[in-house]
Design a protein around this ligand. Structure first.
Ligand code: HEC
Length: 111
């Protein structure tokens, strides 16, 4: 009966791999509609919030638009919190007001 488990294992690996090839990350899905925000996020936010907004050092942002208003998201990006940089304050990670708005608008669409 050993071959049965080998076949099952091989099928599982195949399904797993093909799944990875076809499923897009949240960033890939949203790139066309929110190119600027996705680009900025890839440069500055992905390390803490993840390629699927799933979180890591920072919290999960997949439903942040249901939790926070546009203004609250903008404010959070401007002033930061804990390890998150304050992007409106002079420093390495500074973003312009229009960049912050683009990010907040995109995140607000994550319901
Ligand atoms: C160094 C890690 C780090 C980076 C880089 C970072 N964040 Fe965060 N972020 C955090 C942490 C930690 C929190 C939670 C802070 C708290 O609860 O006080 C947070 C909170 C947030 C929140 C509020 C989420 C909530 O549920 O309260 C938003 C929105 C957010 N970040 C967006 C961004 C955006 C946009 C960027 C890039 C411009 C960014 N973050 C970059 C660590 C980071």
């Amino acid at each position: 009966m050993k071959w049965v488990s080998v076949v099952l294992l091989a099928t599982g690996v195949f399904v797993g791999l093909s799944g990875c090839g076809t499923s897009k990350t949240v960033l890939q899905q949203d790139e066309a509609a929110f190119p600027q925000a996705v680009h900025l996020y890839q440069n500055g936010c992905i390390t803490c919030h993840g390629a699927n907004l799933q979180g890591g050092i920072g919290p999960n942002l997949q439903h942040v638009g249901s939790k926070m208003t546009l203004q609250a998201i903008e404010h959070r990006i401007e002033v930061g919190s804990g390890p998150m940089p304050a992007y409106a304050a002079p420093g390495d990670a500074i973003l312009t007001p229009s960049q912050i708005q683009a990010l907040a608008k995109w995140l607000e669409s994550q319901k």
